[in-house]
Design a protein around this ligand. Sequence first.
Ligand code: ADP
Ligand code: ZN
Length: 817
Amino acid sequence: MQHFIDVILPIPLAKLFTYSITNAESSFLKKGMRVSVPFGKSKIYTALVYNIHNDAPQVYEAKDIHQILDEKPIVTQIQLEHWQWISKYYMCTVGEVMRAALPSAFLLESETIISKNDNKTISDEELKDDEFLIYEALHHQSSLKIHDLSNILDKKNVLPVIKRLLDKEAILVEEEIYEKYRPKLVRYVKLNNKYTSEKELQILLDDLSRSPKQRQVVMTLFSISATTKKPVKISDLLIKSQTSSAIVKSLIDKNILEEYHIQVDRIQYSGEDNETSKKLNSYQEKALNEIIQSFENHNITLIHGVTSSGKTEIYVKLIEAILAEGKQVLYLLPEIALTTQLVSRLQNYFGEKVAVFHSKYSSNERVEVWNNMLNNSPKAQLIVGARSSVLLPFHNLGLVIIDEEHESSFKQFDPAPRYHARDTAIVLASLYKAKTLLGSATPSLETYYNAKQDKYGFVTLNKRYNEVLMPEIELVDIKDKHKRKRMKGHFSDRLIEEMSETLKEGHQIILFQNRRGFSPIVECNTCGHSPQCPNCDVSLTFHQYKDQLRCHYCGYNTVMLKACEACGGADLDSKGFGTEQVEEEVKGLFPDFNVARMDLDTTRGKYGYEKIITALEQGEIDILVGTQMLTKGLDFRNVKLVGVMNADNMLNFPDFRAHERSFQLMLQVSGRAGRTDKRGKVLIQTFNPYHKILQQVSTNDYIGMFNEQMDERHNYKYPPIFRLIKITLKHKDYNKVNMASDWLAKSLRQVFSTHVLGPESPPISRIRNLYHKNVLIKIPKNQSLIKTKEAIIKINNSFRNVQDFRAVRVILNVDNY
Ligand code: ADP
Ligand code: ZN
């Protein structure tokens, strides 16, 4: 009988591919293992076994696989099921889901591999020292790479050694694909075995009396081993004996010390879970009980709890209960809220059980988390992670917590899979029959709507912990202030007053400046020209710090102009203002205080964000200027005043969620003020203080906002009343994109009639030299989503068959908001 496997390839192919396998392979292989397979003329891909069967493919001859890469599955059955759901729901290929899920280290590349030649016995005497080291290492590890050899021998050029070993037929060398993941090795030292006896040791110490530094190192090594009774790291020895690595090396060279390696996890928690969870107050206790009750008849429950009401402590109680049952918990957060602040809070309670997963981790670190989860290690029971952690291999998930549920960053926009982590996590939970708890102080309309429809359970908590009052919110009319000349730059007299007061009392200030649309643009005061990006349909933004003009879409940059490109005039003005400008102005207004800025530019790198937070916590910063990053669940004790520099641009942003989002943003930043005993104050500067949303923000009126926004969603047919699928077409030729999008919209209208909007040019219609056009499909609640998607796929297929449109890229985005 013939045997075949269907595999998922990490490329956007809609179908699974079939390969033939031998009898032996078929009894070894399991779903979820990786194989390498030939594809096309000369490519080799890592593929994942999806299915094992005996049916030869009809239209092509199945090729043989290249080799099997795993001894056991690295992806679980439930994961495969979950991926399938993502691919169907978000209209992408399973290969795209796989690529998003697997750490890139699981994908392979070619390199030289050295292994021991088992057909030949070599005695140690035949080998020179360096040859011996490698030969010895191969006894412990079945194969080594060039890179490993360099490490062992501590030199770059290892080819001569390889050659000598080859000549002696001690090793084999092959070109192979290998995993990029390298376990991290930590260097340890111990005393050479020959000094185990008292006598030898005494002789050694006597010998070393002439080199006190070396003696000191040996003595320190003793004392560390005696106290810790554990292997001693070279790094620890260096610190404790206050010596240089050269001295340790000389001891190793003299064979007095021996160096060895132990593989360790890159991400290690060395502290202890010494804290017991906090005793809840009566409001928290009540909310907790309501959640538990709600779970009796709702798999999904929303907790709407004001900022600083102590939601996290409630989550902790739930987590304790689930872990005690021996089940796993997924704690999902927006990327930016995954701070050391929160993680160490959780580690204090749950210690080693916490595994953290986010995009600033290296590929190797992610492999470790993945493997720990796959082996259901005790180190991966509470998984705290951002968006992509919903794609990890869980075992017995018991609870999913989605904090800051309203956050837009849970949605992935590019590349495919364009999934929403909240919704994807809910499906994940259902596959495990686990419960999901959504938490927010400002729930998204769709979630609140689901709760009101009794689709989700619903619990509220409207007291801040410790009865801290909600901050007082004041709207400042800057139109009026401008008229009365009461503005200094972008600061009203009220804001300056409150800032001076706060600083005098020794408290801290946060100033919020929305990023969107507020980048400073340069304009010529003579002819009105503003410099444009040569690749994208946008004005370049001015970065004062680097004296550059930059495109925020493609990264194009050039030095700031001295004169207008169009008319040559020298009078250039920068319009609009960004965080950088606010920072500059604050420094001018309050020269005696420390000002810092938190935005995308200042938080690059793994710990960029953390550094600023720590500085604020430790009181090194008096005034922090920042973007939306400031809104995410930070808990600062000493911040008393929050200033929103300008509310209008958020409100006017062209998007159907602009009002909802502005409400959420402003209430969330306000929540950063006065989190301990002092009542906080929030000043919102605006040209339009009578705007409904601002009124609702200032009275913390979520329900008012919800009801009014829902009316609009009804009237204008937007989510959560209607569903949306957005289709984007891209091509470098403007006319082609126009024709193609007209064709597509027309075909879609034949099926969906008035529920098709567009084609429209987006606000920025050309990015990286490609013109964009959007078509939006609105889907009423009573229309089958599955049938709708089938119809779209059919139309898209006919579109693909139009010769002229072949090169046009089509992007499907389900729930594109
Ligand atoms: P939220 O997540 O709702 O914004 P947090 O859980 O961060 O609120 O709680 C706000 C602050 O109150 C935190 O500093 C937290 O440590 C403290 N806190 C909350 N609940 C308790 C409790 N039961 N006992 C002691 N401190 C608490
Ligand atoms: Zn550009």
